[in-house]
Each structure stands twice: as structure tokens, then as C-alpha cells.
Design a protein around this ligand. Structure first.
Ligand SMILES: Cc1cc2nc3c(=O)[nH]c(=O)nc-3n(C[C@H](O)[C@H](O)[C@H](O)COP(=O)(O)OP(=O)(O)OC[C@H]3O[C@@H](n4cnc5c(N)ncnc54)[C@H](O)[C@@H]3O)c2cc1C
Length: 374
């Protein structure tokens, strides 16, 4: 029986999901989690609501001790892996400590794309990012958000509900091009009703003395902003793994249907991985991948092709439930939008390939999921 340790690098939802799945399968090998942060567990999606619900990010954290014992994993905090030697099956921390593994799971996430820099320009991709922002947000009245993707919209709705004046600038409408124009317009209408101001165009933030101002397509926005959130997406942060020999794509570490990389016994999961040429930066995907990895490590062969993965937009004033089509090619969207509900379906050769439901239509989600699975 294999007694070699399983080493997980990264203590986010993906790393903990693998530990949890191993535990659930009765794993008896040592599981070690090396993580650059302090090793607490938290559900990152909840960061979207901390301001309007007056729940500080710190209140979402499960202590490292609890998280470790709940998941049967030995957490080694403040341990940033900086080098890997796959021949010697060893990873090295910044302070020189060496950790030998039998199987390695890379779960190091992705990093925010930062096109702009300044002392009042922030991005949020962790509880500690949010904790740093909280005191500044508390006194902020006018906020500029760059990006109208899931994260930008959820923060915009949360902060508008907390009484802030929020302006969202994006090149295209909300959630475009992932969803059709009619869905994007529905979300924009709802959030405009909730007090969010939308501007379309290319953003240039500018510091003028103590003030933060902005131009969009060369035209000055009238407001002065107390802070700006950059929410224009994430990019891979994989140089160390690439140097050690892992194949990297545009979005991260390339994995097969077992979530194994090009090097045997090295897996990748969560925001760091690229599967079938795409990033899969949401929780249902990392949970599926964690199950597959844990099964394979337990000796039960398992594969996944990410069929229909549900995701949601958690804006209280415009919630959406959806399964997005894998590719939007020869099919087409059809949408019915009313004041209180929205239903959009994507069909290819008559077959349902994806859907977006909003408002009361979300009650029919199961029906659409069943049709997708048929
Ligand atoms: C505000 C917000 C709201 C979201 N809402 C939703 C939602 O509603 N639904 C949904 O499905 N998804 C949502 N997401 C996305 C989802 O939270 C992420 O896909 C998921 O949390 C990614 O987890 P991860 O473990 O892969 O990465 P991360 O959370 O980034 O964790 C990476 C871990 O690796 C560690 N690390 C990094 N480099 C090293 C290194 N070299 N050595 C050691 N440790 C290292 C870090 O310290 C960290 O512990 C949201 C994201 C945000 C930011």
C-alpha cells in the first residue's frame, strides 16, 4: 500500500476541497497542505456580501486548527512554495524547507489582472484583500468599479445597497459576452434600479492631488471617487510550475480529465488549472475536480468532462442561475424577459446547450438541468 504523503500546495477552497474529498474516501495517507497564507478556511463567494450584511471578512474565517482537523490535513501556514523538483518529488519553500511527496496537488489559484496602480486602487481575491479594504470602504461614499463581470457586479450591488454611489465602467454590458445582450440589459436595468450607475468605454483612472478621477474614452466622469476596485478578471500565476516542467496554457496549468498535469503524480485544481483550453474559476468546477483527484489518489479510476456546471450571479437585486454553453458557435440564444423574470435558452440543432434564468423563472432551473442532461 502507498504510504507516501500527499502534498497540497494552496489553502484556498480548491486545496481544502481535495483534503475534504480524501477524508470522505477514508484516505489513510498523510496529507500536508503548504499554504502561503495563515491557513484559515473560508467560502470566498461570501466576500461579495460582507459590506451590506455588515459581516467583516474576518468573521467568515474558520481557524487554521479547525479547518485542519475538519479535513484531516496537516496545514503548514506561511509557507510559500517557490521551487519544484519533479524528478526528486520535492517542493521547496521560500525559506529553504523541503517537502517530499508521493502525489502533489497544485491549488495555488490565480491572480487579479492589474492594469492600474495607485494607493486607492484595489482588487479583491481573498479575505485578507477584503479585510484591508474594509476600513477604507467604510468611509467611502463614491466608488468606481472597473469590470462588469460576476465579481464587479456583485460588489457593485452590495456596496450600492450599503448606500454608496457606485459607478461601473466596462467595455461591454454586464456579463458580456458570456450571456446574450437581452440578459445583459436585464441585469443592467435591475442594478440601475438599485442605484448602480453604468458607463461603457475604456477607463483611465487619474490621481489629481488627493483626488481619484477617471476618464472614459477620453471624456472626464463628473464624480471624484474615494476608491476604485479593479475587477477585470484573473490571470495565471504559474511561472514556478512552468519552470519546473509543467505545461501551461493561456489560463493556467494544463490538466487532463483526471486533473493530472503532464507530469505523473502532479495534479492541478481550482483557479490555477486549465482544462480543455478554458479556465474554470468557480466553485462547482473545483468541487468536481477535487472529487476526481481524490478518487484517483484512492485507487478508483475517475474522469470528468465538466458537462453542465451551474453557476449563479449573486446580486440580490438581479440574481441569475445559469449553465453556460461550452462554446457559443452555430447555436443561438432565445430570450424572454419580463419585469420580474427572465428566461434565456441556448440551443444548437434543437438541443438545449445552456440557459440563464432570472427572478421567478429561477424556480424552473431543475427542469432545464434535466433537459440538459437528457
Ligand atoms: C468576490 C468573489 C466572489 C466569488 N463568487 C463566486 C460564486 O458566487 N460562485 C462561484 O462558483 N465562484 C465564485 N468566486 C470564485 C471562487 O471563489 C474561486 O473560483 C475559488 O475560491 C478559487 O479557489 P482556489 O483555491 O483555486 O484559489 P484561491 O482562493 O486563490 O487560493 C489559492 C491558495 O493558494 C495559496 N498559494 C498561492 N501561491 C502559493 C505558493 N506558491 N505556495 C503556497 N501557497 C500558495 C494562497 O495563499 C491561497 O491559499 C468568487 C470569487 C470572488 C473573488
Amino acid at each position: 500500500m502507498d504510504r507516501s504523503p500527499i502534498v497540497i500546495v494552496g489553502g484556498g477552497m480548491a486545496g481544502f476541497a481535495v483534503a475534504r474529498e480524501l477524508k470522505q474516501r477514508g484516505n489513510t495517507r498523510d496529507v500536508l497542505m503548504l499554504t502561503a497564507d495563515e491557513g484559515s478556511f473560508y467560502a470566498k463567494p461570501l466576500l461579495s456580501h460582507v459590506i451590506s450584511r455588515a459581516t467583516p471578512a474576518a468573521a467568515l474565517l474558520m481557524s487554521p486548527e479547525k479547518a485542519a482537523s475538519a479535513n484531516h490535513v496537516r496545514v503548514v501556514p506561511h509557507t510559500e512554495v517557490v521551487r519544484a523538483d519533479f524528478e526528486g518529488k520535492t517542493v521547496y519553500a521560500a525559506d529553504g524547507r523541503a517537502f517530499t511527496y508521493g502525489d502533489l496537488v497544485v491549488a495555488t489559484g490565480a491572480k487579479p489582472l492589474n492594469f492600474w496602480h495607485g494607493d486607492r486602487i484595489f482588487s479583491v481575491n481573498s479575505a485578507s484583500d477584503m479585510s484591508r479594504l474594509e476600513p477604507i470602504l467604510e468611509g467611502a461614499k463614491t466608488i468606481l468599479i472597473a469590470g462588469a463581470g460576476f465579481v464587479g457586479l456583485e460588489f457593485a450591488n452590495d456596496w450600492a445597497r450599503a448606500g454608496k454611489h457606485v459607478t461601473v465602467v466596462s467595455l461591454d454590458g454586464p456579463l458580456r459576452p458570456l450571456v446574450p445582450q437581452s440578459v445583459s440589459a436585464w441585469v443592467e436595468d435591475n442594478l440601475t434600479g438599485a442605484g448602480v450607475h453604468f458607463v461603457r468605454g475604456r477607463l483611465t483612472p487619474m490621481h489629481e492631488g488627493a483626488d481619484l478621477c477617471a476618464e472614459v474614452d477620453g471624456t472626464r466622469l463628473p464624480a471624484r471617487f474615494d476608491l476604485m476596485l479593479s475587477a477585470v478578471g484573473l490571470g495565471p500565476d504559474v511561472a514556478l510550475w512552468n519552470q519546473a516542467g509543467l505545461v501551461t496554457g493561456r489560463h493556467g496549468l494544463v490538466v487532463n480529465a483526471r486533473f493530472e498535469t503532464n507530469i505523473a503524480h502532479v495534479y492541478a485544481v481550482g483557479d490555477v488549472m486549465e482544462f480543455q483550453g478554458q479556465a474554470w474559476r468557480f466553485v462547482t468546477a473545483l468541487n468536481h475536480a477535487a472529487r476526481v483527484i481524490a478518487s484517483n489518489l484512492g485507487g478508483q479510476e475517475s474522469r470528468e468532462n465538466f458537462g453542465a456546471l451551474p453557476i449563479s450571479l449573486k446580486c440580490p437585486d438581479s440574481p441569475l442561475a445559469m449553465v453556460l454553453p461550452r462554446v457559443q458557435g452555430s447555436g443561438s440564444w432565445e430570450a424572454k424577459a419580463g419585469d420580474a423574470d427572465l428566461e434565456a435558452t441556448y440551443r444548437q440543432d434543437g438541443k438545449l446547450r445552456g440557459f440563464v434564468l432570472g427572478g421567478t423563472a429561477a424556480n424552473r432551473r431543475r427542469q432545464f438541468e434535466d433537459e440538459l442532461a437528457a
